[in-house]
Design a protein around this ligand. Sequence first.
Ligand code: BTN
Length: 328
Amino acid sequence: MNTRSRILQELRTTDGWLNGQSLSRKLEISRAAVSKHVAKLQKDGYKIESAPNRGYRLRSLPDTMSADEVLIHCPAKLAAKISYHHREETTSTNQDAHILATDGAPEYTLVVAESQSAGRGRRGREWLSPAGSGIYATILLRPPFPPEDAPLLTLLAAVVTAEAIKHVSPVSPAIKWPNDILLEGRKIAGILTEISTGPDLLDYALIGFGININTAQNRLPRRPIYPAGSLASITGRKFKRAEILACWLKIFATEYRKLLQGGREQLLKHWLALSNIKGKKITVRRINDSISGNVSGIDSTGALLLQTDDNCIHTILSGDIVPPDPTH
Ligand code: BTN
């Protein structure tokens, strides 16, 4: 832990005033160094009172996604594993992660941005990323998987995102195939997995996830079907983004370990349970046509298995589920 983080930790764990002299002794740095760090923390949005003879007192924390604010909520072992890159603004966290990955960055490198100017979604769509209101993050992984197993990572991320939201809020979102997270029929989160392949196995995979947390309805994109929403716009209350990301990381670490240990079937079951579409009659719009049938499951590549009226099982690799007609 660096000096800044240690000062913050002391401030967080002290009830009332923290004496400057004892702080400098404890951290083995000069009083001047302490006050320089405190000034920088104040500049970064930490409300820290200072008074002669008394020292420092932490009054409030900023709403930022910095490593200090996120990793404090993670177990030390997990926090130590994460190589955290925080950006005030970037084009796309996936793009940043690609650069880090090709430079040899390790698994669990995480890029988190307060805003993105060119956030990207599936199928070349844009992902609107207004400042300070959502989670825009990409995690770099290097699983020993053949490229055809990469879709499992997308299913994993969808499960983790839905579970993280369930943990921090009173609501239970559903997964819409392939990887949208819906709450009350509105899309509140999306996942974009990108891969780079080696001769046999993946070289790396990037899981980019965007979650609309406190985003005001008028800052969200207008979508013709499955309109966008945010956790706050739907529930009517605000959430702490840093705590949600920490929760995401904790659940992710557990579920990813299970997957690496061979828990593929378990993951598919978990995904299906959260998707709420098994056995339902749905229509999928594809590039050139639409197909309707009953969902019998998904296969290990993440493809949707649809049983049509003639009892044939169709494997649907990509497409968009059409919302049910409310008049039927
Ligand atoms: C989708 O539903 O179309 C996927 C959206 C994924 C958006 C996230 S935000 C963080 C990461 N960086 C990007 O440019 N995209 C993903």
